[in-house]
Design a protein around this ligand. Sequence first.
Ligand SMILES: C[S@@+](CC[C@H](N)C(=O)[O-])C[C@H]1O[C@@H](n2cnc3c(N)ncnc32)[C@H](O)[C@@H]1O
Length: 249
Amino acid sequence: MGSARYDRIGCNYSQFRRTEPTWAAQINAALGSAATVLNVGAGTGSYEAVGRDLIALEPSRVMIDQRSAEASPCVQGVAEGLPFADDAFDATMGVLTMHHWPDREAGLREVARVAPRHVYTVYETTPAHQLWLIDYFPEVRTLPMERAAPDAALIDEVLRVIDEQVLWVPRDCVEGFAAASWARPHDYLDPDMQDAISLFALSEPEVRRRGTEQLAADLDSGLWDEKYGHLAELDEGDFGYRMVVAERR
Ligand SMILES: C[S@@+](CC[C@H](N)C(=O)[O-])C[C@H]1O[C@@H](n2cnc3c(N)ncnc32)[C@H](O)[C@@H]1O
């Protein structure tokens, strides 16, 4: 169950996972004129748009306990069984949460029940898996959530997708999601930083050890620079993250 997962892997989430302002601006614009918003899988409180009446929903007590006193009010629960009345909100949103939902279809039906408009960030695994990081940890491609990552097409099976935008990852991205440090490879050597990324946290310790040692060796020898140093010239990258805007059918 999703809640158990983040009770297990979410202990240091708020230390490394912060609001990336470019993403927050994009999400906020997509929410349009929605005055009341439900943030599903809200975690520790990133991306909670100010100036709106926002309720957070989060299954994991470990995540809820890391929310600041200023964060929006939070209800413990899961997407698949929202404890809210029909049409209780103008919009729902969710950031990097849907791939953790055990039953995406049930969750999407529930969000459609409580609001007419929806803004979710997801990722396309094909471009995501082209990131150089995956060369060091190829086994992550076989994690269940990677083999069946939700995308716009899946969302469109239940909701009506009206827009899909690339979420570019700036070279100085302040978030700590999997691709955030694409231009700062040494970051990935930090085991605490890895713990805050589900791709690593859900991988076998041996997979993490082997990949981290290889990355350290390649950074040390200059091989990483030889193979991937050209990336350092980019200001931002597309690593498969997408913002999907949808309406109730
Ligand atoms: C990667 S974190 C993202 C947290 C937050 N949205 C953010 O961007 O910082 C994924 C979150 O989804 C939550 N989650 C997992 N399964 C869920 C479910 N079935 N319903 C709602 N949230 C779920 C997890 O507990 C976790 O807090």
